[in-house]
Ligand binder design. Structure first.
Ligand code: ATP
Ligand code: MG
Length: 445
């Protein structure tokens, strides 16, 4: 969390903070370093000075009681005990809760954050510069939103640059401002000092980066390389410099999307199996396809400066069920706000997942299926006054008299039933089919 102090500093950590309070708002606490550890370290250094002083002459770390030495054999293996917590565990828990089926991507993010939190980053540059690639609709942007929630307790705490709006070279003026006398010179720059600086762990998202003009790529190169940019408007008192030192910069991209689709199609996965050989092969092929496609869009300098290249995977069917449950929980909260409860069985879940399953479009069709068949229908029934406060609503799958497109199987639809408030039925509880159910809920395709 921003500003939270590190209570997990380890015994024997270097005496000096690895980095001042810039990483993720934490520093190693000097007082926690025990005397003995310091003494041991000094003995060790003395020994190393005798044996390898010349070789280590250029190692500034050693003068401060740390660094890399040679000719020394340690005897105690260091193993992270089960249940031990790292300073980024709170963040990771939120990510795992909100983003389903992307464990490896989340682990990579965790490692990147931990590394910079421990001071392993270049001073002046952003905390981390991550590139999220992979198929469409599998949680790349959702991960950034979850990160905002974890770091700032607010889903929307993101400075988002929609790169599809920056495909023209002149559009970049909206980001860095236009010089006096040019069109847009009266508009504030999006990457202004106020927007970028002043908040530790400021999240800056460049969404769909491959769609941006290369001038924006160059601007990003500058951010990654120097950690700062210069705005178009400068005055004698204000040189117009903006520092990204306290920012986490994330780029998302569908780079290699065409090849990725082909891979998923050929391997016949994507919402089908889980952990099958085909799926693992697909993950690897997607990674290679994304990496290869990067070469056609981004210069080697650009690729080289990314601190993290993370490829999200096509989601499997079990993940889709978990995401469905998440979506239904959100709907349930809204229904609770209107004063009633919705209950649905596994058959309805299967039905929704079948309709929301599209290899090429990721999870979005499932999101739309819940909106269309649950939220919209319930909203309609409520608007017609057919649901009352205190009702228990139940969704069931029912066959219709019509045939599906195969001409054999009957079409099915979701039908809502309700158990009214007990006083409405004179104290008797019974389930009644809703009026107009057929015209409202019939599937058409
Ligand atoms: N792994 C996931 N876990 C939870 N929800 C997800 C996941 N993937 C997608 N979703 C849901 O689908 C919606 C779209 O996902 P998201 O915006 O993250 O896609 P994306 O990977 O950024 O795709 P694109 O490359 O097209 O931008 C999200 O709003 C979220 O509701
Ligand atoms: Mg996205």
């Amino acid at each position: 969390m921003p500003g939270k102090k590190n209570s997990d500093s380890k015994k024997g950590a270097p005496k000096k903070p690895l980095k001042d309070d810039k990483g993720l708002g934490e520093s190693v606490n000097d007082e926690l370093v025990e005397e003995e550890a310091v003494e041991e370290e000094q003995e060790l250094l003395a020994a190393s000075a005798e044996s390898g002083a010349e070789a280590d002459a250029g190692n500034p770390g050693l003068k401060n009681g740390g660094g890399i030495i040679t000719d020394y054999e340690a005897t105690i293996p260091i193993i992270i005990p089960p249940g031990a917590r790292s300073p980024v565990d709170d963040i990771i828990e939120v990510l795992h809760r909100e983003v389903i089926g992307q464990e490896r991507a989340i682990d990579a993010i965790a490692r990147a954050l931990l590394r910079s939190r421990e001071g392993f980053r270049t001073s002046g540059r952003p905390i981390s510069t991550m590139f999220f690639a992979g198929p469409t609709g599998v949680g790349k942007t959702e991960t950034v939103r979850a990160l905002a929630k974890a770091l700032h307790n607010d889903w929307r705490a993101i400075l988002k640059v929609d790169c599809s709006e920056y495909s023209e070279p002149h559009a970049i003026a909206r980001l860095i401002g236009a010089p006096p006398g040019y069109i847009g010179s009266d508009l504030p720059a999006i990457l202004s000092k106020e927007n970028v600086e002043g908040t530790t762990n400021r999240l800056i998202l460049f969404d769909e980066i491959e769609k941006a003009h290369f001038r924006l790529h160059n601007l990003l190169l500058q951010i990654m390389d120097e950690g700062r940019i210069t705005l178009a408007r400068r005055t004698k008192d204000d040189p117009g410099e903006v520092s990204f030192e306290d920012c986490i910069v994330i780029m998302t991209s569908n780079v290699g999307a065409g090849d990725i689709e082909k891979i998923l199609h050929q391997n016949r996965i994507g919402f089908r199996n889980t952990d099958s050989v085909a799926e693992i092969r697909s993950d690897q092929q997607i990674y290679v396809a994304a990496k290869e496609a990067m070469k056609n869009i981004f210069t080697p300098e650009f690729r080289n400066r990314l601190t993290e290249f993370i490829v999200f995977r096509a989601l499997d069917r079990p993940s889709l069920y978990k995401i469905l449950q998440k979506l239904l929980n959100i709907s349930a909260e809204r229904f609770a706000g209107l004063g009633f409860t919705l209950q649905l069985n596994d058959e309805v879940r299967d039905w929704l997942v079948d309709r929301g399953m599209d290899r090429e479009l990721g999870v979005r069709p499932l999101v739309r299926a819940v909106e269309k068949y649950i939220d919209t229908k319930v909203a309609e029934l409520h608007a017609y006054g057919l649901i009352h406060e205190g009702d228990l609503l139940e969704a069931r799958i029912q066959e219709t008299d019509e045939l599906a497109s195969d001409g054999i199987t009957p079409k099915s639809e979701i039908v809502f039933y309700r158990t009214p408030r007990s006083n409405e039925q004179g104290g008797r509880k019974r389930k009644l089919p809703m009026k107009n159910q057929r015209t409202e809920i019939i599937l058409r395709y």
